[in-house]
Design a protein around this ligand. Sequence first.
Ligand SMILES: [Zn+2]
Ligand SMILES: [Zn+2]
Length: 248
Amino acid sequence: MNIAADLHIHSTLSPCSSLEMSPAAIIRRARELGLDVIAVTDHNSMANCFQAAAIGARSGLAVLFGMEAQTREDVHILCLFQEQTQAERFNERIYALLPDVKNNPEFFGDQVVVDAQDNIVRHEDRLLLNALDISIPDLLELVRLHDGVGIPAHVEAPPYGLLVNLGLVPAELADAVLEISCAARAEGVRQAYPGLARHPLISSSDAHYLRDIGKAQTIFTATSAALPALMAAARGGSFQVRYPEPHG
Ligand SMILES: [Zn+2]
Ligand SMILES: [Zn+2]
């Protein structure tokens, strides 16, 4: 069956994201758009994605546990998990690798953890927009140890794309599924980087505002919306990227 996925969405926890992006509002919008599976992927933290998954479970939308990690090389990598316990353990490991720098909300924006009714639970004090003290290979290993999948994000886009910062796909990502930004198109990226020939190129919205959710979607032909099924479809080339018309 066809599974419409947007696997890169920021919530109120990301300082660069709109305060309208509560887990409940994200789920509502994703359901309106007819998405089958999403991932809430804030910078270096999963503090809102557990709430999103709980709301998703109540409303019949599959929500993967996710994070957009920033490695020591200043490369953004989506880290996706199917299992909550593994995701929680991974999240704890990541927090310990985050520099102990206080957020300045006036400069970077608020980092807000909210509940299912959009009430503020707490503000995350530590600045999430920062490089973790971990290299790309070590992060990928940590993701694997927690049964997750690492997908380099917006690989062609400055300033945090893998190809922009490294110029190539390193050996430890030889078999990786890659994400291109919603502004790019696979043909153009493949022309610019012929080394990508073997890599499936998926795309998601990287939404920071509700109106941007689903702006790019990957439609997987998969047996279910579970992460292993989606990745098997990606690796087998059983997917298409779609860019629906802008919506209000
Ligand atoms: Zn990013
Ligand atoms: Zn992002």
